[in-house]
Design a protein around this ligand. Sequence first.
Ligand SMILES: [Zn+2]
Length: 463
Amino acid sequence: MFRLCCGKYSTAVVELVAEKIRNVPAPSAPFVIQDNDNTAPLRYRLFGRPLTKTKKEGKDQEEDKENVTTKKSKKAKKSRRWRCCKNRCRVSPAPQEEETPEKSQDEVVAVKRPMEKEEKPVKDERIPQALSIKMEELNVTTQKKLRSEHIKCLGFPNPAQICYINSSLQSLLTLEDFVTAISHQEQVWSLIPEAAVLRTFKNISEHHFSGDAQEKLRLLAAFKRAVALWAPEFGDHQQKDAHEFLTAVLEQMRYWGPQLQVLTAGMGMAYSCPVEDHLMFKIQNTRTCKSCGAGSTREEDFTNLSLDLPPGGGTVEKMLENYLMETELEYRCECGATKSGQRSSFATLPRVLVLHLKRFRYTPTFQLEKIHDPVDLQRELVVSSGQAGACYSLISTINHIGTTARSGHYICDGVDPDVGPVDLTDRWFTYNDTVVTQTSGVNVCNQRQRSSYILFYRRQPED
Ligand SMILES: [Zn+2]
């Protein structure tokens, strides 16, 4: 399915990068602490010193001060960004609806939020009570309008059937640690100009909160071109499969990992592939001969698992169990027997587990049809790996709205990135291209039973 021209660019890229590395000046990215001390480790000069406060003497102390200042300003910057987010968060849960229509109207409904201290109107005794009430109403209306604007900013325009791209992006942008891991290593991957998928994704992540639709259009087009360069099937303006697109994006991001690791190792540095760190996992397949019991094992890398829907539907847990359960395999063993059993298990567990629900199938007459059977979207999922196990929480879904496999519309639901791992608010957003509405995890699980297509589960922190 995935058609990467592996090796095609290797020699040219290595030469180009080697040339760049020779000429690379001290980095000047915003997060890098400029270090004039040439004796400092190269990784600090390329990546910046770790932003941690430690006790040092003399010059180091000054550097630490600078570090702390930068950290503070960075924190302040982030808090400004999240303040915008906090404003948009305090709106009402979306109404209980069956499913979002294909082209839903802007139905953002804001409600009264707890007033922040500085916003509390001072009640002037001289103002008549009726006028005072009127002012409060106006205040609330203004706040509603402002919050609606903030939510709208999170959307992506859809000029030509790119809802599959928009939904895939919104799900990936929900993975805050993954996004951070990409942007923090820009100094490394930017050494390879062909790593355009990383660059364009990072650009989009930086403009996620922007209200500049034209700029977003430009960035989306650049991202689409970057993906299509290596996966030409995404080059036209037809609707595509969101799962195939997401897989292509992740594989392209991952492709540069080995080259970057080799390059940086020669420089005494390290590159950590964000896809491998956050989404990759290994499945171990064990084959056992039904006759003599001889067996063999092999491991495969995955960025997501494709699960069959049981007839009539079922739970995500059941679908995962079915995937792992033993199946019969045609295999000629050394003993001469041809029947083997094959069993799969997780050899490693990812931080984010992506599950693809196979809602499309071919009929006996080779017609592609959609399966509308309901899936019980469990909020929590326990996954075992050997002796260990981990608990995962549902944090995002990509949904296919439509009756046929050949047409329809993709939308995405994602947990509000502003809430922490322990979320008591259950605040989610529904991203329908430019239209972004607030919802809740409970609503998502109820409404998307028949349309959920790709699920993102985040591993819960261990106690
Ligand atoms: Zn055998």
